[in-house]
Design a protein around this ligand. Structure first.
Ligand SMILES: Cc1cc2nc3c(=O)[nH]c(=O)nc-3n(C[C@H](O)[C@H](O)[C@H](O)COP(=O)(O)OP(=O)(O)OC[C@H]3O[C@@H](n4cnc5c(N)ncnc54)[C@H](O)[C@@H]3O)c2cc1C
Length: 590
């Protein structure tokens, strides 16, 4: 019998694992995908080899790449960018770590309070979460992004349209700024050369500016795992969790089992309440089924898999809210072509941002050629200049929106370093109809597969208005920065920021977990990943807030089930790049 079982080792699960292991609990973390112990030898910078959603080494599927990826039913054109494996989808992420907009929390008093989705606010205040933000920012750590030419071009555009620079981490008004990101600042040779032999640790430390974040970060070469530049959880919280006995006074190392797909959460009636007692999982390689009991079970399988697992396990769903209220930041993609070099393929690719409280955010977002080509292809408005699905967006754009083809596409792709793509990250309303549910058509070896419904064409008017506002703003910034042409893709639902499918709230009629992160209807069952978020955060990238919330939930678990005392307000956090962690990582050969 374990103290705690955590399902999923992605953006959220390892935070709870590390925090509770540091308090001395016996923690088992189960991950459906692979654990990649030697990324330097197994990963490459080739985009298709890494990112192909069907066969890439970063995909949602088993570690054996000769086997198919795990299927999801999608009810309309959409692109799901979601990974299995230790680190989960953070193996892809850019590490952008802004805090949520204060306006999405309970008790917000700003003049713009009504600009947010007030029906689905967080059940506590922004100030309450702030110490947990600070704790995670120190642990990862989060730093001000290293920047280059493309960020300068973006800032010029923002300044030229009269925006002001934002100098705090808290977003109360429109502004542009450097990203706060979970990527180590370059030092030594890093960022100064492209000569590989000079970019080896310890000659180079931090981000080497290779520009290949989405293929998984394994640079600088030879750096201990906890000193790889990008702070995906496989490089930060997981090494801490696996060595907690070596660096925390009363710590106990987490047991991590990869290739372990949880298919059932077990419950019993205890004191008249449905109570979680353990889980069963399937060994993905052998098919063997294993069962283990625990006092507390934490779901951290992400927004798609958590509702599937809950409903396939037959857990109570009295108000039919499990899997509902999924938000996805209603992205769009707006691109500029420049008569000068933007160097957009270099560096982290998204080191600057502009925020618009009540509406959302804009990020310059550089991708490798394949990633860029794929973004230019995924339009909901048909083919630019040929047909428009009734959605063609005219006006201040250079022609209709839509997918690029032919010479226009070739021209655009001929030099990615003369382009700048901007991701439109819209604050979108929680809506019951946007949901994940088990498919009635398809099952695999882990039960009925998840069916995703994203009602793009019936999003709330506020969400649609936000998207238009931000897309137009991005066009103004690009033009003011010197773009000679500006294109809008009207991208299909691009599901890489997923939130709130098991949302936190006070009212069980429209939420799954309470303000402590525990299920309203199942005692001892907690949720600690993006699905726990109450809403779309006002637009900011979600992972930092998930991790702050998971830290808070860890304290609640410790106090409620293990007679512990909270630690965030009384202790100093240990950074994942501290020498003590490096020594522990080397001692354990991680
Ligand atoms: C290209 C890209 C760029 C991004 N950039 C950013 C960024 O800059 N900033 C930001 O904040 N966010 C970014 N994101 C989003 C970020 O990756 C997610 O917010 C984050 O990973 C979500 O964490 P999670 O724990 O909810 O889910 P995941 O990270 O997806 O982790 C869930 C894990 O649970 C496992 N799992 C699922 N079901 C089971 C089961 N039944 N049994 C066992 N294991 C299971 C999965 O295999 C997976 O490893 C980006 C995403 C993409 C695709």
């Amino acid at each position: 019998m374990r103290d705690v079982i955590i399902i999923g080792a992605g953006g959220g699960g390892p935070i709870v694992a590390k925090e509770l292991a540091a308090q001395g609990l016996d923690v088992l973390m189960l991950e459906a995908g692979a654990r990649n112990k030697t990324p330097e030898t197994n990963w490459k910078h080739f985009e298709n080899d890494a990112n192909n959603p069907l066969s890439g080494y970063l995909r949602f599927g088993p570690s054996d790449r000769s086997k198919p990826s795990w299927y999801r039913e999608v009810t309309q054109p959409a692109m799901i960018s979601n990974l299995s494996g230790v680190g989960g989808t953070t193996q892809h992420y850019f590490g952008n770590s802004p805090r949520a907009m204060p306006g999405v929390f309970k008790g917000y008093q700003g003049d713009d309070a009504q600009d947010y989705d007030r029906d689905f606010e967080f059940p506590f205040s922004y100030e309450e979460l702030t110490p947990y933000y600070e704790w995670v920012e120190a642990t990862l750590p989060v730093q001000t992004a290293a920047m280059g030419t493309s960020e300068q071009v973006f800032f010029n555009g923002c300044e030229n349209i009269g925006m002001s620079v934002q100098v705090t981490k808290d977003t109360f008004q429109d502004g542009y700024r450097a990203q706060q990101n979970a990527v180590l600042q370059p030092s030594g040779n890093a960022g100064r050369t492209t000569n590989k032999s000079d970019l080896t640790y310890p000659l180079a430390k931090g981000c080497t500016f290779c520009g290949h974040c989405t293929q998984g970060c394994y640079e600088p070469l030879n750096a201990p795992r906890n000193l790889k530049a990008r702070r995906s959880t496989d490089n930060s919280y997981v090494p801490m969790a696996l060595t907690a006995d070596l660096w925390a006074v009363q710590g106990k190392a987490v047991t991590l089992v990869a290739d372990a797909y949880v298919t059932q959460i077990h419950t019993q009636q205890i004191n008249g309440k449905t109570t979680a007692t353990g889980v069963s999982w399937r060994d993905v390689n052998t098919g063997e089924i294993m069962t283990e009991n625990a006092k507390v079970v934490v779901m951290a399988g992400g927004c798609i898999e958590n509702p599937r697992l809950w409903l396939n396990s037959g857990l109570p769903n009295s108000h039919d809210w499990v899997g509902r209220g999924l938000t996805d930041h209603a992205f769009d993609f707006v691109c500029g072509i420049f008569p000068f070099n933007t160097d957009s393929s270099k560096g982290v690719g998204s080191s600057a941002r502009a925020d618009f409280p009540g509406k959302g955010c804009i990020e310059p977002s550089s991708l490798g050629p394949a990633g860029l080509a794929s973004n230019l292809m995924m339009s909901d408005s048909g083919i630019r200049g040929m047909y428009d699905n009734g959605r063609g967006v005219f006006g201040e754009w250079d022609g209709p929106s839509g997918r690029l083809i032919g010479n226009e596409f070739k021209n655009f792709m001929s030099d990615v370093n003369k382009t700048m793509g901007m991701l439109i990250i819209t604050d979108d309303d929680v809506e019951a109809n946007n949901r994940v549910e088990p498919s009635s058509l398809m099952s695999d070896e882990h039960g009925a597969v998840p069916k995703m419904t994203i009602h793009k064409r019936t999003r709330s008017q506020r969400t649609l208005d936000n998207r238009e506002f931000l897309a137009n703003k991005a066009a103004s910034i690009l033009r003011a920065a010197g773009a000679s042409e500006v294109l809008r893709i009207d991208i299909v639902p691009l599901l890489l920021h997923l939130q709130s499918s098991m949302r936190m709230g006070d009212d069980p009629q429209n939420s799954v977990i309470n303000a402590n992160g525990e299920a309203h209807e199942v005692a001892g069952l907690f949720v600690a990943d993006n699905s726990a978020l109450s809403n779309a955060l006002g637009g900011p990238n979600p992972t930092l807030t998930t991790q702050a919330l998971a830290t808070r939930t860890s304290e609640k678990i410790m106090v409620q089930y293990f007679s512990g005392t909270p630690w965030v307000n009384s202790n100093e956090p240990m950074s994942s790049i501290d020498d003590a962690i490096t020594q522990a990582v080397l001692a354990r050969g991680l």
